[in-house]
Design a protein around this ligand. Structure first.
Ligand code: BG6
Length: 485
């Protein structure tokens, strides 16, 4: 038995354009930074190739063909009773190169039709402007977000879509999971994260310090671009609700040793400044001290600071999948100038998924409380949460009780956070309600959906959609406002 959530709670699901649409070069779309990521595998990172190279498997080129099937797919979401659906606009459908003088009308029209369809079905669109999909041309020509000029390109893109979809879309968010790139300690994924957030690639022998410096400056430009977009969006329509978006994973100390506690706090601070800038419009004090000491964020102007203050977000969008444990590398460590001071270790207290992600529902309630302590009263929308798992189709059915178990446990914690702890959570959009290409590995076989898509890791298959057991389960959760879990 779950706890009842408000009638206007936004139940639904979330995807991103590059993981679903396919049609990577159709109707004038340009090449994005996702279009040159090859397929990886469980424990094998994706490669970033120098342009599209014939013979490689680029899973985002086909996705799940959502570009052509979105009407049928949205009808299935409506059947589950979705109140909201999050997707992103592929920046390269609107500005194929990023620096084009005029937007691509065919791309604009595609989203007009898609948002009309959502509204017709009574599904509120929740739209991400930049979900790991910047134009590749901006990387080749300008160096991605290491270049201040990219702020203007982003602002032009945001202004174009805010204006065009005014009246069709109310909920927006700027950059997806902007703080991922701070995970420079993640040996396997850090290259992917700095690429997808900022379009940066470091030399193989780059030091942790060089990476941190590059990331901090690029992120500053992204935050300025976000704040400008928020201001412009509000000027276009004061009713727009525009958020910042972060992945939140609670950081637990490996032990009560003071060095582990301090390392955990420092690791948290390495991520927290993103949300502070989005929400408070200022960098936190310890970050200012760090930036002044290291010079890593050398290009910041007074005008930037004013923009940040004037462009505070209306809500915080979060993704939550797992929790993390932090261990100091040395008991004597007091130097956290770079990411060398600590390491991420396994939590022996919680199980993990087949991809090694810790399964920790209580961590979600903990995180929601932490966020509300930090930013009291700020509305929070959970825009990603879910269980990537291998599914078997047996006689046309997928019995995914493991996924139901994961989601049930997490939703129960959200309900406690709302009803018992008073946290203003306004929606729960589970990740990948229909199977899509995994962002991290490029696999199709890492499935999150209530709807099975018959495609394999090579993109082979009929593309047919099947309702899994979790489909009916989620339908009943929504219909009962969360009481029937
Ligand atoms: C988030 C991203 O990091 O996690 C999504 O915003 C991504 O794009 C999701 O798909 C799950 O990660 P993965 O690697 O399992 O697809």
């Amino acid at each position: 038995m779950g706890l009842k959530l408000a009638d206007n709670f936004l139940w639904g699901g979330a995807i991103a354009a590059h993981q679903a649409e396919g049609a990577w070069n159709k109707d004038g779309k340009g090449v994005s930074i996702a279009d040159i990521l090859t397929a990886g595998a469980n424990n094998k990172p994706r490669e970033i190739t120098d342009g599209v190279i014939a013979g490689n498997n680029y899973p985002n080129h086909h996705g799940i063909y959502f570009y052509d099937t979105y009407k049928e797919d949205l009808a299935l979401m409506a059947e589950m009773g979705f109140k909201a659906f999050r997707t992103s606009i592929a920046w390269t459908r609107i500005f194929p190169n990023g620096d084009d003088a005029e937007p691509n009308e065919a791309g604009l029209k595609f989203y007009d039709d898609m948002f009309d369809e959502m509204n017709r079905l009574g599904i509120e669109p929740v739209i991400t402007l930049n979900h790991f999909e910047m134009p590749y041309h901006l990387v080749k020509e300008y160096g991605g977000w290491s270049n201040r000029k990219v702020i203007d390109f982003f602002v032009k893109y945001a202004t174009t879509v805010f204006t065009r979809y005014n009246g069709k879309v109310k909920y927006w968010m700027t950059h997806n999971e902007i703080s991922n790139q701070a995970n420079l300690d993640d040996d396997m994924m850090s290259e992917f994260m700095i690429w997808t957030n900022s379009g940066l690639q470091f030399k193989k022998d780059a030091t942790a310090t060089e990476k941190l410096a590059g990331m901090v400056q690029a992120a500053h430009y992204e935050l300025v671009a976000s704040a400008k977009a928020v201001q412009i969006g509000h000027a276009i329509n004061p009713e727009f609700v525009i958020g910042g978006m972060l992945n939140v994973a609670p950081l637990y100390p490996a032990s009560p040793k003071p060095a582990d506690m301090l390392a955990t706090q420092k690791a948290r601070q390495l991520h927290d400044w993103f949300s502070d800038v989005h929400i408070r419009g200022t960098y936190p004090a310890e970050f200012e001290a760090f930036a002044a000491r290291t010079g890593y964020r050398s290009d910041i102007t007074q005008a930037d600071r004013e923009v940040l203050k004037a462009g505070k977000v209306d809500y915080l969008a979060i993704s939550y999948y797992n929790s993390t444990v932090i261990k100091a590398k040395s008991d004597a460590d007091t130097d956290f100038e770079d990411v060398q001071g600590y390491e991420v270790v396994q939590n022996p207290e919680v199980p993990v998924s087949d991809w090694g992600w810790a399964i920790d529902p209580q961590g979600l309630r903990y995180t929601l409380n932490e966020l509300n302590d930090q930013y009291p009263g700020l509305p929070i929308m959970i825009v990603e949460n879910g269980f990537g798992a291998y599914d078997d189709v047996i006689d046309g059915k997928v019995h995914d009780q493991y996924r139901i178990d994961y989601l049930k446990a997490h939703i129960a914690e959200v309900e406690k956070a709302v009803v018992k702890d008073g946290i203003p959570v306004i929606g729960y959009l589970s990740w990948g309600p229909i199977d899509i290409v995994s962002a991290g590995t490029g696999e199709m076989s890492k499935r999150y959906g209530y709807i099975y898509v018959d495609l394999d890791d090579m993109g082979e298959g009929s593309g047919k959609r099947l309702r899994k057991d979790s489909f009916d389960w989620y339908k009943q959760v929504i219909a009962s406002h969360g009481t029937d879990l």
